[in-house]
Design a protein around this ligand. Structure first.
Ligand code: ZN
Length: 136
């Protein structure tokens, strides 16, 4: 986020400098100075916009990889039935507990955001992922 702000700030700075040199340079160098400034400015803008594209591309790739890792981790989670058969002592007093620390306070979370149909239960005490389920 800071990088994008820096790029925008840089563009504004160069735009301002370009504007200043437009006022000053034509009197000093005439047409040649004006062309030079335009070429320099254009080069700067292309350079920065290319960088911006790379930043966006990198962000996108990073997001997709993280989503993939999350989905793989989700797929490794047991279903509710598997969780109960693998941990026979987690069902106590009509409640399902955490198999890691025994806490009763569990909460379900969407895999991709709050309204995600792929959901899983996490323990509120030790933050372990417990089992997955799907909302139909
Ligand atoms: Zn726990």
């Amino acid at each position: 986020m800071m990088l994008i702000l820096e790029i925008i700030g840089g563009l504004m700075f160069f735009g301002f400098m370009g504007f200043l040199s437009l006022l000053l340079l034509p009197g000093l160098f005439g047409c040649f100075g004006f062309l030079l400034v335009v070429v320099l400015l254009g080069g700067m803008i292309i350079f920065f916009s290319l960088n911006l594209v790379w930043v966006i591309l990198f962000g996108l790739v990073y997001y997709i990889v993280m989503a993939g890792v999350k989905y793989l981790r989700y797929n490794k989670l047991p279903t509710y039935d598997n969780y109960l058969t693998a941990n026979p002592n987690v069902y106590q007093n009509g409640q399902v507990c955490c198999s890691f620390c025994g806490a009763e306070h569990l909460s379900h979370v969407g895999l991709f955001g709050m309204r995600s149909k792929l959901r899983y239960y996490v323990c509120l005490r030790c933050r372990n992922w417990l089992y997955r389920f799907k909302v139909l």
